[in-house]
Design a binder for this molecule. Structure first.
Ligand code: NAP
Length: 250
């Protein structure tokens, strides 16, 4: 049986594009009202329009998740709009500066930590109390295969994603018994605008690292987020789930 999120409210960050977009649309398809949060107004509003066209309910909230106050406001606006918060997918992220560690700028390192890691702390800090006001909830943080292993020229990104896995474990330990399950998803390389800088040869190289022989799709990641959010995953918390075409298997 498919999960039903009727009467529930889901918040997705970075929902104006790629994995976040697919996740927001799938939450809506299963009946949740969705807050589409993104820095990118054009992308976010387009996702809201698509959800509404499909008969769902959604609202766009502009939010820079690297700012704690903006994350607090995002949760306030969610409660003002829909009165509750049941599910959150903390997904917004950037690729960040690519350089050998000693050549990586301090600004570049700090930026990817702010957008990809501190944001997850800020979001959970405000989402968890909001969930506890009602029936609890479920949080899915977007890590990466690079939350488990390294990747050359990406020290900041790799450090941030390892941090997301650690934050997820801690939140799971602290809040599962209170009614908020917290898990992390680790996509392999997924064909989204995030990979738009990669040329054909680089993409080929990335494909070769996935035993399944291709990159993933945003929808394949969204399916795992939905399952982890749903009651079908009622005993799953504090955990990391790869969705990576076998990248981590060898
Ligand atoms: P994407 O298509 O670039 O979408 C990310 C969205 O987040 C964009 O709309 C982006 O806006 C937005 N965003 C960027 N900085 C933000 C901020 N400070 N506050 C709010 N929104 C912000 O990327 P994606 O591939 O779907 O990636 C989503 C998540 O999956 C990221 O956390 C990424 O690290 C993770 N992931 C991706 C892959 C992959 O191969 N694609 C693999 C593993 C993990 P702009 O368009 O304005 O930048």
């Amino acid at each position: 049986m498919e999960p039903s999120f009727a009467g529930k409210v889901a918040l997705v960050t970075g929902a104006g594009s790629g994995i976040g977009e697919a996740t927001a649309k799938l939450y809506a398809a299963y009946g949740a009202k969705v807050i589409v949060a993104d820095l990118n107004e054009k992308g976010g509003n387009a996702v809201v329009d698509a959800i509404k066209k499909g008969g769902g309910e959604a609202r766009f909230v502009k939010c820079d998740v690297s700012q704690a106050e903006a994350c607090a406001k995002l949760v306030e606006e969610t409660l003002r709009a829909y009165g509750r918060l049941d599910y959150a997918c903390n997904n917004a992220g950037i690729g960040g500066e690519q350089n050998m560690l000693a050549d990586m700028s301090v600004e570049g390192f700090n930026k990817v930590i702010a957008v990809n890691l501190s944001s997850v702390f800020y979001c959970m800090k405000y989402q968890i109390p909001a969930m506890l006001q009602n029936d609890g909830g479920a949080i899915v943080n977007m890590a990466s295969i690079l939350g488990q292993v390294g990747f050359a020229y990406s020290a900041g990104y790799v450090a941030a994603k390892h941090g997301v896995v650690g934050l997820t474990q801690n939140a799971g330990i602290e809040y599962s018994a209170k009614g908020v399950r917290v898990n992390a998803v680790g996509p392999g390389f997924i064909d989204t605008p995030l990979l738009s800088q990669a040329d054909a040869k680089t993409k080929e190289g990335l494909v070769s690292k996935h035993p399944i022989g291709r990159l993933g799709t945003s929808e394949e990641v969204a399916e795992l987020v939905i399952w982890l959010s749903s009651d079908k995953a009622s005993f799953v918390t504090g955990a990391y789930y790869p969705v990576d075409g076998g990248y981590l298997a060898p």
